[in-house]
Design a protein around this ligand. Structure first.
Ligand code: KE4
Length: 429
């Protein structure tokens, strides 16, 4: 069916949108491909502008855990739409979604809705700095928390370094309070806190890292974060924008048994519409305006359509057996991909956390960003293109996770595994 329509759309798009896309990764630059323009989606499938059907493992980068076009979500949006789209005033729907999150996540006693994960982490950091009166923040190499200035940093060379701005346009002053240390490296973290701890407002972490591929926390890592934050009076922020309601209904924190002070959400809680949120200990959240002095605001925060989509989504996720079934199909996919690599004679490192999977073309282990970067990126690019040609829609970057939805049934998993085996052999050349 070709790509003529997508190519024509891209030619027009680049005239009026930077790179033709509204978020950089969608441009597929890192794999040397061009994006296909999506026309529609249903279940686990996407159709592009040329009518080509794909099995979707991006799922809008996480939100579409139910699959696309779930009837309960669409009905909820339609019913709400009939009553209006945005009021800039409180609605009962906001109470309902906030209560669902509070009931689902033990560490969250209050929550504030925003419009993206970036807003959620940016606001949580501001709150942590306000309540501690400190400026320094610690993040981890390879973790991504959105594009707020103080978080958009590159790890400096060396081990625990003062971060360097990750983009032009970010003044050095804006990142001089940001430290970046290797993920899963407890010793470096401990020595960093011994040196800076009294100045550290917060440590922000992806409890399962999904922005360098898929890197789970090693045993003791999250526990060390909790105890070091307690020792030095720093706020522990779990960025669960991706893992929240993804790896378990209670998020990664419920899987690993760690209570952060603040948690950031996004993606799934909006059911595919723009939502973010941050929440946590009541004593902290009561410092947020208008109850407290920490200012944060948003025209469309708590938008009724987005609330309705999020509520409908979480209600489906709360149903008995949802995660067990999703974990089972995700495990089948993981084992299938490993088997395909063995049969192709390729060394891979592959893991999963719930229905988030990572597949690296390196023998591994992959426990941090430096090890993730040992993956053969040229091979990944060839694999990506071969898979897309076989109708499998993967993230166009080695440093992204793969998402399975409830709509990915046994047949689709088997089709994906078969395609992966062929794609790996083709990528070998
Ligand atoms: P948004 O501002 O994109 O809603 O959320 C930022 C964010 C924060 N925290 C985590 C753990 C995240 O994964 C994200 C965003 N994730 C990327 C995918 N790796 C979004 C895709 C994109 O940038 O287009």
């Amino acid at each position: 069916m070709g790509t003529a329509n997508s190519e024509a759309m891209l030619a027009k798009a680049v005239q009026v949108i930077p790179g033709g896309v509204n978020s950089p990764v969608r441009a597929c630059r890192s794999v040397g491909a061009e994006p296909v323009f999506i026309e529609r989606a249903q279940g686990c499938h996407l159709w592009d502008a040329d009518g080509v059907r794909y099995i979707d493992y991006i799922g809008s980068w996480g939100p579409m855990i139910l699959g696309h076009g779930h009837p309960a979500v669409l009905d909820a949006i339609r019913k709400t739409l009939a009553k209006g789209t945005s009021f800039g005033a409180p609605t009962e729907l906001e109470i309902e979604l906030a209560q669902l999150i509070v009931d689902a996540v033990d560490s969250v006693q209050m929550v504030r809705m925003v419009n993206s994960g970036t807003e959620a982490t940016m606001s949580a950091i501001r709150l942590a700095r306000a309540v501690t009166g400190r400026d320094m923040i610690i993040k981890f190499d390879g973790c991504y928390h959105g594009h707020a200035d103080s978080l958009l940093v590159d790890a400096g060379s060396g081990v625990a370094t003062l971060a360097i701005a990750g983009s032009p346009g970010i003044p050095a002053d804006f990142v001089k309070h940001t430290l970046s240390v290797p993920y899963n490296d407890i010793d470096t973290l401990r020595s960093t806190m011994e040196r800076y701890g009294q100045k550290v407002a917060c440590i922000i972490v992806e409890p399962v890292a999904g922005n360098m591929g898929l890197v789970p926390p090693r045993p003791g890592f999250l526990e060390a974060l909790r105890s070091l934050c307690d020792d030095y009076g720093s706020i522990l922020i779990f960025d669960e924008v991706m893992t929240g309601f993804r790896v378990a209904f209670g998020g990664a924190q419920s899987v690993y048994g760690i209570m952060p002070d603040l948690t950031c959400f996004g993606k799934i809680i909006g059911g595919g519409l723009p939502v973010g949120a941050y929440g946590g200990r009541r004593d902290l959240m009561q410092q947020v305006a208008p109850e407290g002095p920490v200012y944060q605001a948003g025209t469309l925060s708590g938008n009724p359509l987005a609330m309705a989509a999020g509520i409908a989504t979480l209600k489906e996720l709360a149903k008995p057996g949802f995660y067990e079934k999703l974990d089972s199909s995700s495990e089948k996919l993981l084992q299938g991909l490993k088997q395909a690599a063995r049969q192709a004679g390729i060394k891979v490192w592959a893991e999963r956390a719930g229905s988030m999977l990572g597949l690296y073309f390196t023998p591994g282990p992959v426990t941090d960003f430096e090890e993730a970067k040992t993956s053969d990126l040229e091979f990944f690019a060839r694999y990506y293109k071969a898979m897309r040609n076989k109708g499998i829609y993967l993230a166009p970057s080695q440093f992204e996770a793969l998402f399975v939805s409830a709509a990915h049934d046994q047949q689709v998993i088997e089709e994906t595994v078969a395609a992966a085996g062929q794609a790996m052999k083709e990528a070998l050349g």
